[in-house]
Design a binder for this molecule. Structure first.
Ligand code: GSH
Length: 200
């Protein structure tokens, strides 16, 4: 039995987890999910029926992990310590991992839905406004080749995917830093292997 069960559909955020599995060098049992016919095992593990959902079969018990950023970090914790941040990298690692999963995800999806924060309400929004959010990440990636600086870590799988998907679906603007970051990450063998798998 594989150590992990991975509920997957390539046209979803599960593709980010697929890249994370490849980076971690772990081969899960993949259960392909059709949106209109979600398996009972998925709904049992995650009543929201959202992807990615993974189940870690650990000794005599199972652990369910949902939320893409958490899945990425969990796989690094459990399987790929080299992709965890070193002491001096932790601040940037957690800052931008949470930034991408919280403020950035909210800013980008709200904009894609056609909703912008009224200027007088930006103080109460976690991301302020869309432009400020995008500019913050642009500034960081202009000054740093990866989330933690020179070294690739698991945070780049998540932050890089947000940038890559954003550029592809035009939900984030073209910026030199984003394009260069995407190109750098696309050279990784694990990224390419996960994309090959997505086309099967
Ligand atoms: N907060 C979740 C969001 C997951 C999510 O919304 N996944 C979408 C696909 S990208 C999904 O499973 N949609 C199916 C549904 O809602 O029925 C995460 O970050 O993983």
């Amino acid at each position: 039995m594989a150590k992990y069960t991975f509920f997957h559909n390539p046209m979803s955020r599960a593709q980010i987890a697929s890249w994370a599995f490849h980076e971690a060098g772990v081969e899960p049992e993949i259960i392909h999910v059709e949106w209109e016919d979600k398996p009972a095992a998925l709904l049992e593990a995650n009543p929201m029926g959202k992807l990615p959902t993974i189940v870690h079969h650990h000794s005599d018990h199972d652990h369910v992990v949902t939320e893409t950023a958490a899945v990425c970090h969990y796989l690094a914790e459990m399987e790929a310590p080299d992709l965890l941040p070193r002491a001096e990298e932790k601040a940037a690692y957690f800052r931008w991992l949470f930034f991408a999963a919280g403020p950035m995800e909210a800013a980008v999806t709200n904009r894609a839905m056609g909703w912008d924060v009224p200027p007088e309400r930006t103080m109460m929004m976690g991301y302020g406004d869309y432009d400020r959010t995008i500019d913050a990440l642009d500034d960081w990636l202009t000054a740093h080749p990866h989330v933690c600086g020179e070294r690739f870590t698991m945070a780049d799988v998540y932050v890089g995917s947000q940038v890559g998907w954003g550029l592809r679906f035009e939900t984030i603007p073209q910026r030199d830093s984003f394009a260069a970051y995407e190109r750098r990450l696309a050279e990784r063998p694990a990224y390419r292997a996960s994309m090959d798998g997505a086309q099967d």
